[in-house]
Design a protein around this ligand. Structure first.
Ligand code: IFM
Length: 472
């Protein structure tokens, strides 16, 4: 295989999120988020796992930054815990909470690692959920207030800003299938939540810009799906179109183009009249963006279910008798052929290429970042304590090569954030699924870079992908 080189300005990063790594859930004024509540509810996470300690990044952040610096990474994407900053989800900020992020950013800058802040990675303050959560409009205004506070505190030293991470998961898994916090299973609330997350993005972007230097960039990260029809039959194409609207159009439509797809309204008409979309909302949501973040893991393969189908409609988003997809009982999800990761997700790097090229065409001129990509495997240390993860190296190589192909074909992809820097709390799967390039021993919390970390570090330092079988 020939070497694959990237532009010299390409950003090589790693990503994490607050609840998945920080721990210290009761320190310095932090209060419970919906994930604290959910994870402590029996039966909601594998093994009853929770983020109380997680990988203790709150206390070990200096070591974690040093690890990144040692590998040669140029950027780090992390999220802010809202309830560390505003324990009730409203009102004045707790400076001790903000101070943690000031220290983290200073540490990153001192090591020449560019910080990228995500404001919301799924951990809504519990008090806001008690007031109705994302299905309620007020949550979007609360988010704007929070965005302004964080923008004021860190806008002088953080240039890259991301409002929301994967709002699809917040809405569809949190309020639809209930496999994520807050665990509600209400189809209409799912669509209301999606709209209010969109509104929060627009209001948040405006709030950030009102307090930050103009050089800073504002984006959001979407887990945009590559949705493939099982066949080219009209019914399967219609099924793919419906899922594309519910996965992509519901966010990209208003955010990038200022309108929801008409076909989305048609498909969900039996559930809702969308009257919660108020005058002026679409203009607010349709803020100019400086970049778009794409998170990609696996494509979706769908077909029409047929009137008599009664079997499972599994879509790889966790076990629930409730579908995350409102008004889509007529759609079936299929396991794509080929190899899978430990999540059961099929490995298809061309899905990333297709996604990038789609958005290059849909929003030409808008810089793109891969803000998450990676894989879970059942990693274990060998007798010498080393962790070899050739499958992850192959996964990263395959996907990065497709990013490079997209760049060669004209896509403006500026950077890539590996998910994830460290093994961490994988939501409903608890600590069972390891996504890290760095292995964490959950008894001692000791960190050991896996071979993929060394492989990726070399890619970052040289701007060229090492061979997949290079030994580290
Ligand atoms: O761990 C998650 C992350 O929080 C959001 N994107 C997908 C990852 C893997 O499931």
């Amino acid at each position: 295989m020939s070497p694959v080189s990237f532009p010299s300005t390409f950003l090589w990063g790693a990503a994490t999120s607050a609840y998945q790594i920080e721990g210290a859930v009761r320190e310095d004024g932090r209060t419970p988020s919906i994930w604290d509540t959910f994870a402590h509810t029996p039966g909601k996470t594998a093994g009853g796992d929770h983020g109380d300690v997680a990988v203790d990044h709150y206390h070990r952040y200096r070591d974690d930054v040093a690890l990144m610096a040692g590998l040669g990474l140029g950027a780090y994407r992390f999220s802010i815990s809202w309830s560390r900053v505003q324990p009730t989800g409203r009102g004045p900020a707790v400076q001790r909470g903000l101070d943690f992020y000031r220290r983290l950013v200073d540490e990153l800058l001192a090591k020449d690692i560019k910080p990228a802040v995500t404001l919301y990675h799924w951990d809504l303050p519990q008090e806001l959920e008690d007031a109705g959560g994302w299905p309620e409009r007020d949550t979007a205004y609360r988010f704007a207030e929070y965005a302004q506070i964080v923008g004021e505190a860190l806008g002088d030293r953080v240039e890259q800003w991301i409002t929301l991470n994967e709002p699809w998961c917040s809405a569809f898994l949190g309020y639809g299938s209930g496999v994520h916090a807050p665990g509600r299973t209400e189809p209409v609330a799912t669509l209301r939540a999606a709209h209010h997350l969109n509104l929060a993005h627009g209001l948040g972007a405006k709030a950030l810009r009102s307090v930050m230097p103009a050089r800073n960039t504002v984006a959001l990260s979407l887990n945009s799906s590559t949705v493939r029809p099982l066949t080219q039959d009209a019914a399967d194409l219609a099924a793919a179109r419906k899922i594309d609207d519910l996965a992509n159009g519901i966010f990209h439509g208003p955010i990038l183009h200022g309108a929801y797809p008409e076909s989305l309204f048609t498909a969900t008409r039996q559930l809702t009249d969308w009257s919660y979309v108020q005058d002026g909302d679409l203009a607010t949501i349709n803020q100019p963006l400086d970049a778009l973040g794409l998170n990609y893991y696996t494509p979706a393969l769908v077909s029409a279910a047929g009137p008599d189908h009664t079997g499972p409609r599994a879509d790889g988003h966790g076990a629930s008798e409730h579908s995350p997809w409102p008004a889509a009982d007529d759609v079936l999800f299929h396991q794509p052929p080929g190899e899978r990761t430990a999540m059961g997700w099929s490995i298809d790097p061309t899905g990333l290429y297709d996604l990038v090229m789609r958005y290059e065409r849909e929003v030409p001129g808008l810089p793109l970042y891969i803000t998450e990509n990676g894989a879970a495997y059942d990693d274990k240390p060998d007798a010498e304590g080393r962790v070899h993860d050739p499958e992850r190296v192959a996964y990263l190589h395959g996907h990065l090569a497709e990013v490079r192909r997209a760049i060669a074909d004209g896509a403006d992809v500026r950077g890539y954030y590996l998910w994830s820097l460290l093994d961490n709390f994988e939501w409903a799967y608890g600590y069972e699924k390891r996504f890290g390039a760095v292995y964490v021993d959950y008894t001692t919390l000791e960190r050991t870079p896996k071979s993929s970390a060394h492989w990726y570090g070399k890619a970052a330092r040289t701007g060229t992908l090492p061979e997949v079988d290079e030994v580290f």
